[in-house]
Design a protein around this ligand. Structure first.
Ligand code: SAH
Ligand code: SF4
Length: 349
């Protein structure tokens, strides 16, 4: 059985052509677009601005997103919701919605699994299965946005920090971001979107030169090649010196502050020597370091750095004039770390 066409995989132009081919006036395409991305209807049936016959035809020929919820979990404090979705081919992905005082952020997946195999990452531990389509990426943001609407709230931020490496699925990830930023659609400002990469140097250069306006985060985790290669094998291919050169080039070309992610792992990358090496790597760069105590995963036995040691690490960066924040881990009770819910379910079955 072939899966039904997902309307969310269509561009505005291809939708318009389809409607013209059906003998519909072109303005119907814009009505559908608005119903889907602005009103964010949950079904074609609910798109009451459209004639009944057109709604029926849409229902017969298209799905409105193809994510089937398998579970959704809300953390005890109610501020983190995590959904596990099944795709038409049976594969599963996760999306997380986090609410802060002023922001509501959707953490979105770009691949099923990931090929980069970072030791500490639940997604890396499962290996790579496939890239997500544009529609599958977009649908996750729509899910978060619709969920918030039921509470009278709006989605304010999107981070590509769910399962997968966005720069390994470069074209679809960025086309999805263009869709989400579309002024005729969800109109999510590019500055409220963050792309996170494990550090694919050529893709960082490509992103910078393409004039993309989204924020960029680079997952660093170690400041020496030996340690970084052991945590993140991609470092063997793209080692620190050229990676950091591409990062500097990015900040100079775009004038934008770059974020670095650093999962603090007890006794592994939280030493004075690593902090010192990090200060040297980042000296004078327009950047910010996010220090995130490790989320424990099944196949990696190390522990998160204690709160006290995290504060010491940050103090060393402060002293060198490098802006850094220790992030609070969210949704631990619902396994909200990247790839964790799916791994847990796979083990239980
Ligand atoms: N592949 C991209 C984006 C997805 S991972 C990347 O690696 O940047 C999103 C972030 O979660 C990355 O910074 C990653 O290093 C981090 N991460 C993965 N597993 C983690 C864990 N167990 N604890 C803390 N951070 C983790
Ligand atoms: Fe892939 Fe990112 Fe996980 Fe590394 S941290 S395995 S790049 S998803």
């Amino acid at each position: 059985m072939t899966a039904m066409n997902n309307l969310l995989d269509m561009t505005a132009g291809s939708l318009r052509n389809k409607l013209l081919a059906w003998g519909e006036p072109g303005y119907r395409a814009r009505q559908i677009w608005r119903a889907v991305y602005q009103q964010q209807v949950g079904s074609f049936q609910a798109a009451t601005s459209l004639p009944d016959s057109l709604r029926k035809r849409l229902m017969a020929e298209f799905s409105l997103g193809n994510l089937t919820p398998v579970t959704d979990l809300r953390s005890a404090d109610g501020r983190t919701t995590k959904a596990l979705f099944r795709l038409p081919d049976g594969k599963k992905i996760e999306t997380v919605l986090m609410s802060y005082r002023k922001r509501r952020t959707a953490c979105i997946s770009t691949q099923v699994g990931c090929a980069l195999g970072c030791q500490f990452c639940a997604t890396g531990q499962m290996g790579f299965e496939r890239n997500l389509t544009v529609g599958e990426i977009v649908a996750q943001a729509l899910w978060a946005s619709r969920l918030l609407r039921t509470e009278g709230l709006t989605l304010t931020n999107i981070v590509l920090m769910g399962m997968g490496e966005p720069f390994h699925n470069y074209a679809n990830s960025l086309a999805a971001l263009d869709r989400l930023s579309d002024a005729e659609g969800m109109a999510m400002g590019a500055r409220r979107i963050t792309v996170s990469t494990a550090g694919l140097t050529p893709a960082i250069q490509r992103f910078a030169h393409a004039g993309r306006r989204e924020r960029l985060a680079v997952s660093l985790h170690a400041a020496t090649d030996e340690l970084r290669s052991s945590l993140t094998p991609v470092n063997r291919r793209y080692p620190l010196a050229p990676l950091l050169a591409a990062c500097r080039e990015y900040t100079e070309l775009t004038g934008r502050r770059l974020s670095f992610e650093w999962a603090l792992i007890d006794g592994v990358n939280d030493s004075k020597e690593q902090a010192q090496a990090l200060c040297e790597l980042l000296a004078g760069m327009l950047c910010h370091v996010n220090l995130i105590p490790l989320n424990p995963t099944a196949d990696y036995s190390a522990a998160p750095t204690s709160r006290e040691s995290a504060a010491c690490f940050k103090a060393q960066l402060d002293a060198a004039g490098i802006p850094a924040t220790v992030r609070v881990r969210r949704g631990l009770d619902i396994r909200a770390g990247c790839g964790q819910l799916r791994s847990q379910r796979a083990k239980a079955q």
